[in-house]
Design a protein. Sequence first.
Length: 283
Amino acid sequence: MFNLIVVPLAAAGTSAIVLPVVIMGSLGLIFGLVLAFASKVFPVTVDERIEQITEVLPGANCGACGQPGCSGYATAIVNEGKELNLCAPGGAEVVEKIAKIMGKEATAKERKIAFIHCSSGGKNNTKWKYAYQGIESCLSAVNIADGPNLCSWGCVGFNDCVAACKFDAISVDENGMRIIDREKCTGCGACVTACPRKLIMLIPESMNVFISCSSKDKNPLPKQNCGTDKPCIGCGLCAKKCPAQAITVENNIARIDYSKCTDCGTCATVCPTKAIINLKPEG
């Protein structure tokens, strides 16, 4: 009697499992056939120019163009009429190729180079207010009591910018200074985004004068906390002497408007603390 009861129950349990599987499998097959038929009857045409533009782009997927990647930028050019010269890593050569594909004229923008507005050398040279023993990440460090270094405006020195650069354009020298290779830098802006203290700026390649400090401290003495002998003290002498009126002092720090700057170098000459660097060869 026991066996007669168990067998029907077992059979019923098997049917309860098999039947839904068969139904779902059949539905999947039917839907698949419908989709296959629809793809033949209603084909989605993709503009071949999208693929062509994607192929000429460098494939860095850096986001400098404002799109999530190279294929996204190619799609935006074809479908949305985006500017043809937004690929910083590609430069003039890529702009020319894209313009040819699109049958349009385009002029490459002036190449930009990243510059770090801090000369403290990060963790090797700066003065510390406490011993930081956490994750070696600039972003993590600045979230704890505004960072471990006394200069709350300066480089923390855990190389988030170095890690973000896909072109190996940022290195660290023997003094702990982050050095940007102007030849390798593509101006993609990844390092600009990675720096939690916003010390990195993209500057036109033709410019040679830079302010190597970002401290907004009101008095000169606290600015010595960075460990450098070249702090900007906000004296305004550079702004007064600039013949192009390209420099202003905001929040105790000098700023250069590169749309006005003529790269004459006067600001670097008159700066009493040598916080303004001039890369132009003398003579």
